[in-house]
Design a protein around this ligand. Structure first.
Ligand code: ADP
Ligand code: MG
Length: 320
């Protein structure tokens, strides 16, 4: 593995997974030719509807399953090698924790798996329980009595027990209420502030929009979109001119000026959301597959050219 590659938290080349049926015949192409690089220190979002290949990607990165074709490296080593797994934390979609242990025992159990000393455990376990917001009472309750939100929290604490450099979170906010969701997002941002790399899978778009630096959208196992969230959400065929405290007659003058340039103008505040982008990307690909001025006197003037659709290529600031 070259030096350059070890700078990456994750690097995949033509990563492909075809699940076979009982007779060894190809059944589902769950992931198809994924070429992805995640930089160290980045919060990266893997988006896509159910069945688009998100969990498959994570399992391949962890070495829990093997690729049909292509390769993946994690923290500079082949996916699944022991020295990598010691540096990786994983919150599965469904927690596989022992229902008869309480929160504290659960973390001690996983800490021992990572060979933490008793001294480290005594320090790290209460610290992590604090970090994920499980109070003294919750710590002593058996996991089978945990709500979905509490289960997500203890799952995250478990994923962090080995102080990992890379954390893989599969649908981390599923089952959390808006407050729990906000707290999970803040936790992800605090991991980033500590210099960790986070790869998070989700079909919950608002969650991703708030915390991710870059995202990719998967559909049918293929990457359909890749880029910085802020760039992807930029409406490129609209130019926005912002001016403070314009009078109505000045706005009218500007409008006439733009009209003389042949631009269609409207005074408005254009926004798009990750949800719009997601619906467009998934909608387009589903079709192809044959599958189913404000009160403060501030003015925003927009001019629109033709609408364009984006091929799958990373959207960067340079494209603006
Ligand atoms: P996501 O996490 O995006 O919802 P998955 O990666 O779990 O999607 O699944 C992608 C596709 O692969 C789906 O069509 C799913 O049914 C299929 N799949 C996942 N795991 C298996 C498996 N063990 N055997 C056969 N097919 C599978
Ligand atoms: Mg999944």
């Amino acid at each position: 593995m070259s030096e350059a590659l070890s700078d990456h938290a994750v690097h995949t080349e033509h990563l492909t997974k075809v699940y076979k049926d009982f007779w060894g015949r190809d059944k589902v192409r769950a992931l198809d030719d994924l070429n992805l690089t995640i930089h160290r220190g980045e919060v990266f979002g893997l988006l896509g509807p159910n069945g688009s290949g998100k969990s498959t990607t994570i399992k391949l990165l962890l070495g829990l399953i093997f690729p049909t074709a292509g390769s993946a490296s994690v923290l500079g080593h082949p996916a699944g090698s022991t020295q990598v797994n010691e540096k990786v934390g994983f919150l599965p979609e469904e927690s596989y924790l022992y229902r008869f242990l309480n929160g504290e025992e659960t973390l001690r159990f996983y800490g021992r798996l990572f060979k933490l000393s008793r001294r480290d455990l005594n320090r790290r376990v209460p610290e992590l329980l604090d970090v994920v917001g499980l109070d003294a009472k919750a710590r002593k309750r058996k996991l089978r009595e945990y709500s979905k939100g509490m289960a997500r929290r203890i799952g995250l604490a478990q994923a962090l027990i080995n102080n990992p450099d890379l954390i893989l979170l599969d649908e981390p906010t599923t089952g959390l209420d808006p407050i729990g969701t906000r707290e999970m997002k803040d936790l992800i941002l605090s991991l980033k502030a500590q210099g960790k790399t986070v790869l998070l899978c989700s079909h919950l778009l608002a969650d991703v929009q708030d915390v991710c630096d870059r995202i990719t959208i998967l559909f049918g196992g293929r990457m359909r979109e890749l880029g910085h969230v802020r760039d992807l959400l930029q409406v490129k065929d609209i130019t926005q001119v912002q001016a403070r405290s314009l009078t109505d007659s000045q706005i009218e003058e500007l409008r006439q000026f733009l009209a003389r340039m042949g631009a269609q103008t409207e005074v408005t505040h254009p926004t798009t959301t990750l949800e719009d982008l997601f619906m467009r990307v998934v909608g387009e690909n589903a079709r192809i597959a044959g599958a189913s001025g404000d009160g403060n006197g501030n003015a925003t003037i927009t001019a629109r050219a033709g609408m364009a659709t984006t091929p799958v290529k990373e959207t960067t600031s340079a494209d603006r």
